[in-house]
Design a protein around this ligand. Structure first.
Ligand code: GUN
Ligand code: FE
Length: 442
């Protein structure tokens, strides 16, 4: 049984940090190590102690002086939009119609879906993201491509076929029955196979008829262990259109509440313009509001009000929302999250930021026993971060006075160049890719 000892500066969160330097919220070990066996973490602590207890022939991956952290988690993005990032000049509805509903039609082609799915997973890994929750296109073959690419890399990925039966081009519409049948079949095929997790994915109220929402409701009732994902309250025109399509609903949130789509496993993209009543409904149901800062700025959608979520006791997570989001990097995403909150007089401490990318997002998914922290028994999904990985960072980093300082510089200046290595279930993915590239050149 082969074991791997990953050596470096270990950093992992135990709970949500309260305040700027809540040292009780995290564990750091300067010369630390994580021992991995069969894809799981079997020990975490001081290198010297763990080395002594490990088999003599253990492989050591020495990443000093870099940070060894849990793999980053992205709770909302769109895999068929990988080639649509940076589409110019439009807000949500025009952007969807002009760019996205054209781009997603390409995923009827299985070869295209497979090609992009592979590149998408590699892009996540290059950025240190080991788990993500993504929308596929309306085509079941896009879901097959997505989970196949994840399985080939051993990644724990959540995803599902978008259900949409109106307000979209013919080629992107299913029907209530087809959306139901295809989703059911895909759940049967993929949910719980290896590390795959399915998300029932009605795109949003605008692209689903009440008949399709009934089908989504049935799917959710029949598959309580699946996730549910949709979009909520991103843009003023979207809100007006959605509520006009469901005149009996009290507000946008109530549309989803009426179809029992709000559960503790529901992820709601954006949640920018919600009333207190709506946020309270999220709090009561346990549904998670997903903060997508680069997307909200790029589409000019608005500013996520984190303080109101906290005050009303609602759960929230963070995500890139590629392709409205402009980067796969969770570091860049948290940099923008900081600024979005800053504009509203709110603070996001560096510790809280790193908690959010890891344990916080894992908790939002209910997966904190498996991912998001380095604890014995967890899956060995690990990122190694070089906090001076990009030019100009090294000089600035020399002046860092604390861990919080270092993390803030890393988040503000860093990107994929700061990802020194990423492990998926104990396998070094960067080294593996470099090896494959070198073999291809021979
Ligand atoms: N609302 C419905 N679909 C989408 C999408 O693909 N991206 C974003 N940002 N918002 C949406
Ligand atoms: Fe989205």
């Amino acid at each position: 049984m082969s074991e791997l000892l990953i050596r470096g500066r270990v950093l992992t969160f135990i709970d949500e940090p309260q305040g700027i330097d809540d040292t009780a919220s995290y564990l750091t070990v300067d010369d630390g190590a994580v021992l991995v066996r069969d894809g799981k973490i079997v020990a975490v602590g001081d290198y010297a102690d763990i080395r002594k207890a490990a088999p003599a022939d253990v492989t050591v991956a020495d990443h000093r002086p870099h940070l060894v952290m849990p793999g980053l988690i992205d709770t909302h993005l769109h895999f068929p939009q990988t080639q649509a990032i940076a589409s110019y000049g439009a807000q949500l509805m025009e952007w969807l119609n002009t760019y996205i509903f054209v781009e997603e039609q390409k995923f009827a082609e299985p070869e295209h879906a497979a090609f992009i799915a592979g590149r998408f997973m590699d892009e996540l890994l290059s950025n240190g993201t080991t788990t993500a929750v993504a929308y596929c296109s309306v085509h079941p073959q896009s879901v097959d491509a997505y989970f196949t690419a994840a399985e080939q890399r051993g990644m724990l990925m959540v995803g599902g076929k978008v259900m949409m039966d109106r307000n979209a081009p013919d080629a992107l519409r299913d029907t209530p029955q087809r959306g139901y049948d295809e989703t059911r079949r895909l759940i049967g095929k993929w949910h719980g196979r290896g590390r795959a997790q399915y998300a029932i994915s009605p795109r949003f109220a605008i692209t689903s008829t009440p008949e399709q929402m009934e089908m989504a409701k049935a799917l959710v009732a029949e598959h309580r262990d699946c996730y549910v994902q949709t979009h909520l309250s991103e843009n003023r025109d979207e809100i007006a259109f959605a509520t006009s399509l469901y005149p009996d609903a009290r507000d946008y949130t109530d549309i989803y509440a009426r179809y029992d789509l709000l559960t503790g496993k529901t992820l709601l993209g954006h949640c920018i313009h919600l009333s207190d009543r709506e946020i309270s409904v999220l709090a009561e149901t346990g549904a998670v509001g997903v903060f997508c800062p680069t997307s909200n700025l790029f589409l000019g959608s608005g500013l996520f009000d984190r303080d109101r979520f906290d005050r009303l006791g609602a759960r929230w997570s963070v995500a890139t929302d590629v392709g409205a989001g402009t980067s796969f990097s969770m570091l860049e995403t948290m940099d923008e999250a900081y600024k979005v909150l800053h504009l509203q007089g709110q603070r996001l401490s560096p510790l809280n930021s790193f908690y959010r990318m890891t344990l916080g997002n894992a908790r939002a998914l209910g997966l904190q026993d498996r991912i998001g922290s380095l604890h014995v028994g967890a899956d060995a999904d690990i990122v190694v971060l070089d906090s001076s990985g990009k030019s100009a960072m090294e000089l600035r980093m020399r002046t860092a006075k604390s861990l919080a300082d270092e993390l803030f510089i890393l988040q503000t200046m860093g990107d994929d160049r700061c990802v020194a290595e990423v492990y998926v279930a104990g396998r070094a993915m960067k080294a593996r890719k470099a090896g494959a590239a070198a073999r291809a050149l021979e």
